[in-house]
Design a protein around this ligand. Structure first.
Ligand code: PEP
Ligand code: MN
Length: 328
C-alpha cells in the first residue's frame, strides 16, 4: 500500500496498526502487509494512493513495487548502478594477522576495495576451525584502519551481531544463517548494507522472503548473493544457479552478487565461472583468495592463489570492456 505524499507519520502508523502491516519509509510511507489482505478500512481510504496486488509475499523486493534497481551505497561505492561490477575478495577466514594483512595488501594492489574474511565461521563440523571470533574481528578492524579497505564479514548467530555490525561495512548473512530470524530482524533494524546469501536448499521464493524480513523492518540496503544450491550432482560442491540469477534480475529490484567459489568448491572452475557471471551482467562477485590455499584452515580446495586471482582480475577488466561495464 503506497500512501499519499502528504500523509503524516502518525496517520501512517494508525493505518499500519489497523491492518497489521509493516510501515516503512521509502521516499513515501509504504505499508507492506499480507498479499491476501489488501483492503483499506473505509476511514483510512483518503490516506492511500495505490494498492498493489502481489501473488505471493515477495513484495518490497519486487519490480512490481519498485521497477528501479536499488543502488546501494557502501562507502564511496554505488553497488547496482548497471555500469559496474563490484569485486569482493579475500580469504574464507581470518586465520592470523599476517595472513589477513598479506591478502589485504595484495587484493588492494589489484584495485579491490572490499575485503572479505570470516571471523565467525559456520562450519559443517564442530571439529574443524571455527574462526577466531572477536580476535578476528579486531584484526579486520585494524586492516580497515591501516589500508582503508571496506570490510564484509559474516554473522554466525545472534550472539555477536553488534560486534560484527560495528566493524563491518557490509554484514554477511551466510547461507546456513539465511533462516535465522534473530539475525534477519537485527539486520532489518540496522541501516547497514546486508549481503544475504541464499541457503543451498532454499527456493528463490524462500530466498526473497528472507530478504523481505529485512526490508519490511525498514532496511532497504539488501544485496542478494547466489552461492550455489544443492542438487543431485556431487562432482562439484554445489550447483551455481545462473537461471535463478536471471530470474532475480528480471523480477527483483535488489542488487545481485554471485559467489562462484562456494558454488564450485574447486579453484580450477572459479575464474571461468566469474567471467560467465560478468557476461551475465551481475552487480558483483565475491571470490575467495588465500596466500597459500593448500594450507588454508577452511575451504582450501576452492580458494584462488595470488597468481590465479591476479590473472582473473586482468581477464575480468579486459572482458568488462566488451560488456560495457567497469570492474570496481
Ligand atoms: C563464506 O562466505 O565463507 C561462507 C561460509 O559461505 P556460505 O555461507 O555461502 O556457505
Ligand atoms: Mn568459505
Amino acid at each position: 500500500m503506497i500512501l499519499k505524499d502528504e500523509v503524516s507519520k502518525e496517520n501512517a502508523e494508525r493505518l499500519a496498526n489497523a491492518i497489521s502491516g509493516f510501515l516503512v519509509q521509502d521516499g513515501r510511507w509504504v505499508i507492506a502487509t499480507s498479499a491476501k489482505n489488501n483492503s483499506v478500512p473505509l476511514q483510512f481510504e483518503d490516506l492511500v494512493d495505490r494498492c498493489l496486488i502481489f501473488e505471493s509475499d515477495f513484495q518490497l523486493s519486487s519490480k512490481i513495487y519498485n521497477p528501479q534497481k536499488r543502488a546501494i551505497k557502501i562507502g564511496s561505492i554505488s553497488l547496482g548502478d548497471d555500469r559496474s561490477t563490484l569485486l569482493i575478495a579475500g580469504p574464507c577466514a581470518v586465520e592470523n594477522f599476517s595472513q589477513l594483512e598479506e591478502t589485504a595488501h595484495f587484493v588492494k594492489s589489484l584495485g579491490v576495495k572490499i575485503l572479505r574474511a570470516g571471523a565467525y565461521k559456520p562450519r559443517t563440523s564442530p571439529y574443524t576451525f571455527q574462526g577466531l571470533g572477536l580476535d578476528g574481528l579486531k584484526m579486520l578492524a585494524k586492516i580497515k584502519e591501516l589500508l582503508g579497505l571496506l570490510i564484509i564479514t559474516e554473522v554466525r548467530d545472534a550472539t555477536h551481531l553488534n560486534e560484527v555490525a560495528e566493524i563491518s561495512d557490509i554484514i554477511q548473512i551466510g547461507a546456513k544463517a539465511m533462516y535465522d530470524h534473530a539475525i534477519l530482524r537485527f539486520c532489518g533494524k540496522s541501516k547497514k548494507p546486508v549481503l544475504l546469501k541464499r541457503h543451498f536448499g532454499a527456493t528463490l521464493q524462500e530466498f526473497l522472503q528472507a530478504a523481505e524480513f529485512i526490508l519490511s523492518l525498514g532496511n532497504f540496503n539488501v544485496i542478494l548473493c547466489e552461492r550455489g544450491i544443492r542438487t543431485f550432482e556431487t562432482k562439484t560442491r554445489f550447483t551455481l544457479d545462473l537461471c535463478g540469477v536471471m530470474y532475480l534480475k528480471e523480477h527483483c529490484n535488489l542488487p545481485i552478487i554471485v559467489d562462484p567459489s562456494h558454488a564450485m568448491g574447486h579453484a580450477y572452475g572459479v575464474p571461468d565461472l566469474a567471467k560467465a557471471c560478468l557476461a551475465l551482467g551481475v552487480d558483483g562477485m565475491m571470490i575467495e583468495v588465500h596466500p597459500n590455499p593448500k594450507a588454508a584452515f577452511s575451504d582450501a580446495e576452492q580458494q584462488l592463489s595470488f597468481s590465479q586471482f591476479s590473472q582473473l582480475v586482468n581477464d575480468l577488466r579486459e572482458l568488462a570492456k566488451a560488456t560495457g561495464r567497469e570492474i570496481i
